[in-house]
Design a protein around this ligand. Sequence first.
Ligand code: SF4
Ligand code: SF4
Length: 214
Amino acid sequence: MLTTEQKPIEEILKYLEGDKDVFIVGCRGCAEGCHTGGEQEVLDIKQKLGDAGKTVTGTSLIDFMCNENLVRMTLQAQEDKIVDADSLIVLCCGIGVQATSAVVDKIVHPGCNTVSMGGRHGEWRDGERCLECGNCILEFTGGICPIARCAKSLLHGPCGGSEGGKCEVHPDLPCAWDLIIQRLTKLGKLDILEDIVPPKNWGVSLTGGPPRPR
Ligand code: SF4
Ligand code: SF4
């Protein structure tokens, strides 16, 4: 099961500055089990966003957001409400946020931090998408994780070795930072990369460095 913690509402509202209409997505899988993204939490966030003057265009609960095809099918059925939204907020693990980003051409805000991926979870077509860093930064990277998908886990990329959209370490794989820049360009949000982002808190990460007790 993927363990998530909901981000503080102040952080979520900061993400939503400039967005008036928002669509909320939750997950009936692990996030419901963690009480971070199930039915009740979606209702709670809906209330808080309404109190903050946002309009919620719709909500959706998906059985397993780590299944990209399921996310695609479910959200396609909500297209009319998503079209009306400036952005989406997703209450689940980093994989679900990325699955949503892959199927919706809008900014997708992460509502949770993924802190552990113990146990089984859904598979995505080409490998690991989240390394449970505990301090999700998908907000700043167009919904594509550089921790998991960049060979050097760079927070500021691409490195000098990216060539033709491929990674210098794994030339058979796309450069994650090339994907991030393409995605933000497509959304007209490349200016996000000019934001000054506070230093990442690696103290909450369970990956990288020597093994730690869980
Ligand atoms: S930034 Fe990446 S590794 Fe960290 S929680 Fe988000 S998806 Fe997972
Ligand atoms: S080429 Fe891209 S994915 Fe590969 S290490 Fe450099 S920035 Fe990361």
